[in-house]
Design a protein around this ligand. Structure first.
Ligand code: BES
Ligand code: ZN
Ligand code: ZN
Length: 503
């Protein structure tokens, strides 16, 4: 955890450390600082440029270098971090800023520095508004300071540094407050995702959602299998019935105004995916606590929405279940009937996410009549093969929605890449005895697309997008501000999208 505060000057803060983000080859620039005024550092290090270069610090992305000095009899540190080269793409530059901030925060953490000051990178360098840069600096500082140490029995002293942020160009602190709310919400999602599945059960996730509702002034509803059965949710029940842990269908609502547009967010909440009767080999089962990442992200998004109060109505729906083998589990060859009356043959009980999402999409459309829906799910291993860990897969036939989401992804850092969502792939889901099969056929390959198209059977007329986050929800290599476990993917994206939403 970190406290972020806006400051009106860089040098006047009584801090232990001063952070400088320098672009690659800064030494060829006449004025290489953005708002810090290097003459102050030069009072301690008269040949600053030469000192940095002598130590091989050229400003390459990921590089860092520390210098110490004594100010008012106290030891202070100057920490230099490389931004890399400026490109002609604002989104690439903004991500470079985020990663440099991530490196800076990890140094503060490592050196246990309690106070630091940073100056935001110039809008000229990045190519976006100064207030946006300020907001993303705050969000990233929160993300980079995230730790998950709950289960370490040897308790370390809680370390909560304060970061002062100086923005020479942005004078509106509102976006900085917004950034703190967003960053904290991302970390909230990460905590739930990182919790082990014996603790974070469907009912526990419901409790967390209820707490969010209380804190952020939202309407909370939930129900279990009895009501799901009455509603005809054969998909939700087929996955739920195999587990000792009761499933929960979780709903959070932010009601802005009756006539305002309604956005529905749906997230897959499988608190552990063993595969069910189609049991996963054990090396594929590790990490399946993250299979509730979509649900955690839509609930955590509502945590921010309740505080940011956007001008749209938002409903988040999170079907939460555990996928386990038992005498009551559904089987391969079973046929189930969903809320909208469609039937599916179960070819693999491991393709469970689409079963619970099918009913959740039906439910969202029927009871909320949203203007648009987005679902987010760790849905297919094929997605990890296709895109790896840096982009989530986006599937939609709505071009406006596609454009808006991709733009939100570029600004927020939760980047999306579109996959073809063409009818040609649809027969991949055919079944001989039911309307559809829950597994795409081998012949058609493209498992991520066929899974998305399976879901399209459960959206009647609402503009809709499906986002597969199987590769982006956890264990991302080499992004400085993400660390080892959950990434909180989706929270930044959704909030950015909601904040800019107009019909
Ligand atoms: N939760 C998994 C998908 C997954 C795999 C997420 C790896 C993250 C990392 C999903 O429920 C699943 O098991 N999908 C199957 C579908 C198949 C049986 C059609 C898959 O992708 O193998
Ligand atoms: Zn599965
Ligand atoms: Zn799954």
């Amino acid at each position: 955890m970190i406290n972020t505060e806006i400051t009106k000057s860089f040098w006047d803060n009584n801090v232990e450390s001063y952070l400088f983000l320098l672009e690659e080859d800064f030494s060829s620039k006449k004025d290489f600082s953005s708002g810090e005024d290097f003459s102050k550092v030069e009072e301690y290090y008269p040949n600053l440029k030469e000192t940095l270069l002598k130590h091989q610090f050229t400003g390459k992305a990921g590089q860092s270098f520390n210098l110490t000095a004594t100010k008012d009899k106290k030891l202070i540190m100057f920490i230099f971090v490389g931004l890399g080269k400026k490109t002609n793409k604002w989104d690439v530059n903004l991500e470079k800023v985020r990663r440099a901030v991530g490196v800076a925060i990890s140094i503060i953490k490592k050196l246990k520095l309690k106070t630091a000051v940073i100056s935001t990178t110039s809008s000229e360098w990045v190519g976006v508004d100064a207030s946006e840069i300020l907001k993303h600096t705050v969000i990233t500082a929160h993300m980079a300071s995230y730790d998950f140490l709950m289960f370490k029995s040897k308790k370390e002293e809680i370390f909560e540094p304060t970061l002062y942020i100086y923005s020479p160009e942005a004078h509106d602190n509102k976006l900085a407050n917004e950034g703190a709310i967003i960053g904290q919400s991302v970390n909230l999602a990460r905590t739930w995702k990182d919790l082990p599945p014996n603790i974070l059960t469907p009912e526990k996730l419901r409790d967390h959602a209820e707490e969010v509702a209380k804190k952020s002034n939202l309407k909370f509803t939930s129900f279990g299998r009895d009501k799901a059965e009455k509603l005809g949710m054969g998909g939700f029940c087929a996955v739920d019935e195999g587990s000792e842990k009761a499933g929960q269908f979780i709903i959070l609502e932010y009601n802005y105004k009756k006539d305002a547009p309604i956005i529905a967010l749906v997230g897959k909440g499988v608190t552990f995916d063993s595969g069910g009767i189609s049991l996963k080999p054990s090396n594929y089962m590790s990490g399946m606590k993250y299979d509730m990442s979509g649900a955690a992200s839509v609930i955590a998004t509502m945590n921010a929405v309740g505080q940011l109060k956007p001008n749209v109505n938002v409903v988040a729906i999170a079907p939460a279940v555990e996928n386990m083998p038992s005498g009551r589990s559904s089987r391969q060859d079973d046929v189930i009937t969903f809320m909208n009356g469609k039937t599916a043959e179960i070819i693999s009980t491991d393709a469970e996410g689409r079963l619970i999402l099918a009913d959740a999409l039906c439910y969202a459309e029927k009871f909320y009549k949203p203007d648009m829906m987005i679902d987010m799910a760790t849905l297919t291993g094929a997605c990890v093969v296709a895109l790896g860990h840096y982009f989530s897969a986006l599937m939609t036939v709505d071009e406006t929605l596609e454009k808006k989401l991709i733009k939100s992804g570029k600004i927020s850092g939760d980047r999306l890449w579109p996959l073809p969502f063409d009818d040609d792939y649809k027969p991949g889901n055919k079944s001989n005895i039911a309307d559809i099969s829950n597994c795409g056929s081998k012949e058609y390959s493209a498992g991520t697309i066929t899974a998305g198209l399976f879901l399209s059977n459960f959206v009647e007329k609402t503009p809709w997008a499906h986002i597969d986050i199987a590769g982006t929800s956890d264990q991302i290599p080499a992004i400085s501000y993400l660390g080892n476990g959950a990434t909180g993917v989706g929270v930044r994206l959704f909030i950015e999208f909601i904040r800019n939403f107009t019909l």
